[in-house]
Ligand binder design. Structure first.
Ligand SMILES: Nc1ncnc2c1ncn2[C@@H]1O[C@H](COP(=O)(O)OP(=O)(O)OP(=O)(O)O)[C@@H](O)[C@H]1O
Ligand SMILES: [Mg+2]
Length: 207
């Protein structure tokens, strides 16, 4: 079993760091919370709703409505422009192309890329690509943003910019954030820190 006796309650509105050595189960936990995986045992509740018993179709709907994802390697589609990438999560909603485009452009402006809407990923820097990915995660107006090492592929300057953007989103858009990071300084700048080891959450250290 990858995770064992993990129990965690995250009040909304905060920014959480998830740390621990490689293989400790961070991505596994993120994928469970994000409904990309199902637990063999136990329960998950998001925004007061029990989500661990949902079938794949219902889970996809909840994921699309409540959760945004950001990954270390951006996961943008190379043939699509920035705005088309950002609009993708809206394709499954009853939203016309014009409304999708407007919503995508608004989110790109939100992350400071209003002048890059027609660029393809290869024409953008790493930090800009990650900001496109953040805009895509926000376009559905999620309650929770899950980020798996969002600054892991970035130089320190771009990483700092992405981090301050995440904090700004957390404070101003009331989005809870759970972020995996190997960077102690970034973890220390979050409101809470969760440390994993061998598939378990270590007890909090009070400083
Ligand atoms: N699909 C899988 N099938 C079986 N075991 C897996 C699978 N994915 C991960 N594991 C194992 O689960 C454990 C936790 O992996 P996980 O990817 O969650 O670690 P992590 O903390 O995210 O590590 P890293 O910092 O390297 O990303 C590891 O022992 C890993 O080998
Ligand atoms: Mg991982």
């Amino acid at each position: 079993m990858v995770l064992d006796r993990v129990s965690l309650s995250m009040p909304s509105g905060r920014m959480w760091a998830l740390t621990g050595s490689s293989g400790s189960g961070k991505s596994t936990l993120l994928n469970l919370i994000g409904l990309l995986d199902r637990p063999q045992q136990g329960q998950i509740e998001i925004a007061g709703q029990c989500v661990s018993g949902l079938d794949a179709h219902e889970a996809a709907k909840v994921r699309n409505r409540l959760i945004g994802f950001v990954f270390q390697s951006f996961h943008l589609l190379p043939r699509l422009t920035a705005w088309e990438n950002v609009a993708l999560p809206l394709v499954h909603r009853a939203v016309g192309r014009k409304a999708r485009r407007d919503a995508a452009i608004a989110q790109l402006e939100r992350v400071g890329l209003g002048d890059r809407i027609h660029h393809r990923p290869e024409e953008l820097s790493g930090g800009q690509r990650q900001r496109v990915a953040i805009a895509r995660a926000l376009v559905t107006r999620p309650r929770l943003l899950l980020a798996d090492e969002p600054t892991g592929n970035l130089d320190s300057e771009s990483g700092a910019m992405v981090m301050s953007l995440l904090r700004d989103i957390n404070l101003n858009d009331q989005v809870s954030i759970l972020m995996v990071t190997h960077d102690d300084r970034l973890a220390a700048s979050c409101d809470h820190r969760i440390v994993m080891r061998d598939g378990r959450i270590l007890p909090p250290v009070r400083g």
